[in-house]
Design a protein around this ligand. Structure first.
Ligand SMILES: [Fe+2]
Ligand SMILES: [Fe+2]
Length: 345
């Protein structure tokens, strides 16, 4: 755990990430638990505008006495007052409010043009992976809503800053597997959607959500099957192939999730040769978003290091898809994705 002295030396971004991952240090005074926060959490880098504050009571941090009430929930406080306090405290029970404040600030940082594009995209992707971590641990309606903010930011970055495409595409192939696979699939789905002419932001967000949530049904499958090293036996495959249906059931009553997103989750393993799963429906009845997510999913898995196989380059991935698994994907979409990576954006 980080010490109070180390807290003071963090950048604002580092402080926000620490708050977001609930790693801020705690201290107990008079039987009360407090979280210690560095004040740069609340500074804008430029320092002119006062950022919104979380709705919690703030206490001053004292090394030799109890924390004192510094600002009540309903009051604002000035930047000047804040500049005299390098560290602040809040009640440990307010940890969730601090976490959601940090989340919204990180998403803001990822879309403000003051920050260089490379850093914005890195922030966005890290934030997305953290939100996905919560989502896979607890696929609740609240966590599903949170993930739509993340996808909204991806769409924003991709729409406003076309040069971000390649950064994003590159970033989708680093990092350990699992969660970042969903993020990478979402990013590639949005890029592919744009490339085939979808320009409506709402539609692109729905498509991104489909990429993010396509494997959410795996949370309902025994982790012994999910994490098994080596090939699955027949029974395990039967169970594994239920994940689109499980995923659909998780989201089907969620009012904020679009019908197209739900269809894509259910149909992302249907195939042109009708040998996919779960329903083996004719390919012309498969939703376009399901076809896009299917290809992005396969492609992203190949270009990412996985527990049992090394990442290959996009070029090798295209070759492999064409030669070995073209029966699983829409050929026109595949050609479009190849053009994206050819640099023709
Ligand atoms: Fe899947
Ligand atoms: Fe997947």
């Amino acid at each position: 755990m980080i010490t109070p002295v180390q807290l003071k030396m963090l950048t604002r971004q580092e402080a926000l990430e620490l708050a977001f991952t609930e790693q801020l240090p705690q201290q107990t005074y008079n039987g009360q638990d407090y979280l210690i926060l560095p004040s740069q959490l609340f500074y804008e880098a430029i320092g002119i505008t006062m950022p919104e504050l979380p709705e919690v009571d703030f206490y001053s941090y004292e090394t030799d006495s109890d924390p004192e009430l510094f600002r009540e929930k309903s009051e604002g406080f000035s930047l000047l007052a804040l500049s005299n306090q390098e560290l602040l405290c809040v009640r440990a029970a307010d940890v969730k409010a601090i976490k959601s404040y940090a989340e919204s600030q990180l998403l803001d940082l990822s879309t403000t043009t003051k920050v260089p594009p490379e850093q914005r995209i890195a922030t966005l992707r890290r934030t997305a992976v953290l939100v996905m971590d919560d989502l896979f641990n607890d696929p609740s309606p609240e966590n599903i809503s949170r993930s739509s903010k993340v996808v909204g930011s991806f769409v924003y970055v991709i729409m406003k800053d076309p040069s971000a495409y390649l950064f994003l595409a590159k970033l989708s192939s680093h990092d350990p597997y699992t969660l970042q696979h969903s993020v990478g699939t979402a990013v590639n789905s949005i890029i592919l959607g744009r490339k085939i002419g979808i320009t409506d932001e709402t539609e692109l967000t729905e498509l991104g959500m489909a990429g993010l949530l396509h494997d959410i049904g795996k949370t309902k499958i025994d982790s012994a099957i999910i994490n098994k090293e080596g090939p699955l036996n027949d029974d395990e495959w039967v169970e594994m192939k239920k994940h689109p249906q499980y995923g659909y059931e998780l989201v089907k009553d969620h009012p904020e999730i679009a019908e197209s997103t739900k269809r894509a989750i259910l149909e992302h393993h249907e195939q042109p040769d009708q040998k996919g799963y779960p329903k083996q429906i004719p390919y012309d009845q498969v939703h376009l978003f399901a076809k896009i997510v299917c290809l992005s999913d396969i492609f992203n898995a190949l270009i990412t290091d996985r527990p049992y196989s090394k990442a290959i380059s996009p070029f090798e991935a295209f070759k492999l898809i064409k030669l070995k698994i073209s029966h699983k994907v829409d050929p026109e979409l595949l050609n479009t994705l190849i053009r994206v990576y050819g640099g023709d954006i």
